[in-house]
Design a protein around this ligand. Structure first.
Ligand code: SAM
Length: 285
């Protein structure tokens, strides 16, 4: 496929910002876990990262854009023929609805479409076959996943990342490394999984705990659970009643959750009525 103007060709709808920097492509390959597991790539695009990946691993890639699927099928004819590369056309989130992305253990490596990056990472947390996640995302998202307790960026995403393993922001990537250049700085994030996290109720609990990140944790929890129960629990766990959400350790969240989860049926609405603007701004966990 000959593309005269890549910036015009790129589809905004599919979050296409093609990485056109050999330096960063190689840095991603160097940051990969050092073993022989298969790689799942989401959004191979024009295949620049894919070309580097198939040199070192067997790869299965998931691409939603039919124009790119045609291009990749011809570009990777040899590795497809040799069984080193498989291309699945369609929306990766649909595939993830019913089963693991791959039928065997794998590492996820991708320059993710930013509009669904957080969603994809949370799906990979749940997928038992996924052993690690090495992804290019918006820097802000990478910071949220990799923040440590007491840093102001420590969020529900940091708690979820620490629940499955260890998250590291590997390096930042400037907008000019992509065509078209995104409006934000990007970063490569590595999450090495020790376990999976498939408890949607825990995600809901964290949403409540971090609903207003600058308020007291006890206050956020009291929007859903009775104040008496929350106060009694803070005494039992010897927690400071002034604790802010970013100051509580991941293990503390698990302790609180274990005590409160039976009072959480999954359909909670905060007791206090939210203002319209806050409803619109409701964030993912
Ligand atoms: N890997 C390429 C690169 O580094 O240049 C392209 C990365 S681009 C940021 C994101 C890619 O994800 C695009 O190829 C886009 O078409 C694809 N994509 C977007 N939404 C998708 C989805 N729901 N399922 C599978 N692929 C998707």
């Amino acid at each position: 496929m000959i593309i005269d103007n890549l910036a015009e060709f790129a589809s905004k709808k599919f979050g296409q910002n093609f990485l056109k920097s050999d330096i960063y492509l190689h840095k991603i390959i160097q940051a990969m876990p050092n073993d022989d597991l298969k790689v799942a790539e989401i959004g191979p695009g024009l295949g620049d990262l894919t070309k580097e990946l198939v040199k070192v691993r067997n790869v299965t890639a998931f691409e939603v854009d039919k124009r790119l699927c045609e291009h990749l099928t011809s570009e990777f004819e040899t590795p497809i023929h040799e069984g080193r590369f498989e291309l699945k056309c369609g929306d990766v989130l649909e595939r993830w609805e019913s089963k693991s992305l791959l039928d065997e253990s794998y590492h996820l490596v991708a320059n993710l479409p930013y509009y669904i990056a957080t969603n994809i990472i949370l799906k990979a947390f749940k997928d038992e076959h996924c052993q690690s996640i090495l992804v290019m995302v918006q820097k802000e998202v990478a910071v949220k996943f990799s923040a440590s307790v007491k840093q102001k960026e420590f969020s529900s995403l940091s708690v979820l990342a620490q629940t499955v393993g260890k998250a590291t922001l590997c390096f930042e990537v400037e907008p000019e490394a992509f065509v078209p250049a995104p409006n934000v700085t990007s970063a490569v994030l590595l999450i090495e999984k020790d376990t999976s996290q498939d408890d949607e109720k825990f995600e809901k609990f964290l949403k409540i705990a971090f609903a207003q990140p600058r308020k007291k944790l006890s206050k956020n929890l009291s929007s859903t659970f009775s104040k008496d129960i929350v106060n009694a629990l803070f005494s039992k766990l010897e927690l400071d009643s002034n604790l802010r959400p970013h100051e509580a350790e991941t293990s503390t969240y698990h302790h609180i959750y274990n005590e409160l989860k039976d009072n959480l049926d999954g359909n909670e609405q905060p007791k206090r009525k939210q203002s319209k603007s806050r409803e619109r701004n409701t964030k993912k966990p």
